[in-house]
Unconditional design. Sequence first.
Length: 791
Amino acid sequence: MLTAVSAWQEALSAEIQARFGVALEPAQIPFTFPPKTELGDAATTVAFALAKPLRRPPAEIAGALAGTRLPGVSEIRTAGGYMNLFLDRGWAVERLLSRGFLPAGVEGKIIVEHTNINPNKAAHVGHLRNAVLGDTLVRCLRYLGRKVEVQNYIDDTGVQVADVVVGFQRILGWKLEDVRNLIALMADFSETSGSFLFLQELIDRWHEYWREENLHRFGLNGLIPGQACPTPFPPAYDFFHGAMGRFDSFCWGLYARVAPWYALSDENKQARLDTLHLMEAGDNDTAEMAALIAEEMVRCHLRTMDWLGIRYDVLPHESDILKTGFWASCFEKLKASGAVHQVPAGSEDKNRGCWVMALQESEEFKGMSDADKVIVRSNGTVTYIGKDMAYQLWKFGLLGRDFHYRPFPGAPYPIWRTDAGTAMESSPAGEGATAAACAPSKASAVLSKASAASSESVILASEARPESRAGKEGFRTSRNDGMGTGAAEAETAGSTGAAALAPPHFGAGAGVYNVIDVRQSYLQKIVKEGLRQMDHEKEAERSVHYAYEMVALSTKFVRSEMEKGAHFELSEEELAKPFVEMSGRKGLGFQADLLMDRMKDRALAEIESREPELAKTDRAQWEHRAEALATAALRFYMVKYNKNQVVAFDLEQALAFEGDTGPYLQYACVRAENILRKAAEQGLAVPDPADPAALAECAPHFDEEGWGLLSLFMRVPIQVKMAVDSLDLNIVARQLYDAAQAFHGYYHHFPVIQEPDPAKRAARLLTVALFARLLREGLGQLLGIPVPDRM
RNA sequence: GCGCUCGUAGCUCAGUUGGAUAGAGCGUUGGCCUCCGGAGCCAAAGGUCGUGGGUUCGAAUCCCGCCGAGCGCACCA
């Protein structure tokens, strides 16, 4: 089906050919929007483009073309060289509702990889930017009709996990069993955490636990010489180590203490290497502890992101890339294509003995002093970049191998993780490898249901709509409310045996987006170059690094925290800069869950000040609304900036609910729906936008301002396309914000229910109804922002 | 040294790919709730778009130079 804009382009192209004898590709005809809606619904500047070849002034050309008949266009008015289109309003509304302004869809599955947090500490605001941008991209691609698979890569074998293991074993002196107990205790806490309502209770239980049985057993006090922190763990709702009662947060604090501990002696440093070796060897307590920590950490991260409506389809694990022989296959291909060569061991080259990829031939890397990139070290081990190339090949279905898969246990929704296949035989879980992997959990039940429903079309977890994904408690679900999957699925869990589960066919995408911050641009370029050198030019072209700038902490904010007693190793020079980079290793950052707690607390207070009764009568509703507000505030904050803008995180700015914020957009929607509700209560008929008769009746009575408001939504599909093409997703946020702002102005100036003229009133009710529907849809589908019924 | 990015109102940022009078939010000042919830609306003040050249009907946007800032350029991930 021809979309509106392309139909206009073709008609104009034909007209230009006929009238001026100039051949202009339809796609070359530029369509934009007038700066003010009263100037028109859409505009083209094609007359300017024709001025030069025709040697005639733009205004004259525009005038000559103004009579062109375009589908759905009732009039073309010229203003200088501009040609402003006024649409037939009934036609336009119909198109708005049927997505008639969407560009034509494209076939082929797109793989989006995002989040990718090292599973050794809590997520911080920088990870949130990654996840929100990644998820928003996914939503935009789906809106445009693409099929999307979402991957969250888990590096469960690296030094970061090893460091936390060292922290537990060597600094705290804990055994595998102690970590297991801690996780069990924390999991219990996690069910209720996330609100100040429960905070004191948590802190009390926490202190009781440590005081009564564990504090002196583990000898936790004053453990690390040379550390400024007087106690190993903060006593209360401490700012930077905060979010008490959460395992990921506990590890955040612990991890920050490992680097100083390494600095104490060479012996300590050796612990990292020893740990890495044990992890690699497997079949020992250290390796098991690492796996335990990584898995629980991923669970924490999944929950954090799920609260924001961010989901994944599959969790590729680095350990499985290694165990499944991905690298061996990739290495063969690299060697066979001549993309890598070995530097002779006897040479003077600093890379002697390594397998390197030569980059000097490539335009992208010219001017580099050292144009060779080491892929395999002289000791025969593969670098990160090599593993990433293998992963990238798999994403495009070029590797000739696949993972095995199993449900990821204990996730807040059904999700698959990779598996090495044979590794399960030696799994310590013991009770028969296959049965353990496919145990009848809620997750596997839902997954088997999904695959039973259709062996061809697979329901991906990340495709679930906000409306259906959240239980009745709303977005922020915890473990005890049905895992957010709804009651129906949960009921079937018990009756489903260890049925043969068929995971969807992961990987083999037609295009790939890697959402990774800009600091990795160089490495991502090399991965792309690797594809090219392996003669996969087409895939290299379709391999997109979505690079965005980092989130740092504004020094203003850091200073204010230090004045409140927070402790950081920062020089005066660093504090003189506008912002400081976050560092998990230093414990310098702001944890995601803590930010969300703060937002929720702020929202709870705001709601209570407006509706004091609610807090007393319906706490669940109170919290539900607060969570929706927090999600909106956070997601909008993360997406409203240009991707090239360093976000200097400032708590006060992030916590704002007024002005250019998520709640402002929700408020517009809530007010609109409230007007409709009030109208219905008073017995007024609200015209149904989908009813052609009602539409025909109302269309002549739209006020110009109301129409201008609705016409903003015609821009959305085009803006989304533009946002995806440029990866500047703030365009989408901005567009919906503009619409919300226009509505606030509109209803202040135009009474709806009070309007005495029935025809005008009906048209205004229709305007409000359309606005509410389009904004709610846009916020949910594009930005992942839920709208509560009331605020 | 080489490469990438940024510099727009007091502050934080937009600016629809070169187009219409450079716009929002915060903050400041002054108005607006017996009337669809004030998380809102209206108005005022606030700009040499870092700077100097160039390209053309037209430049915040493209090109070149300079000034200032950030990030990359490992046998780390």
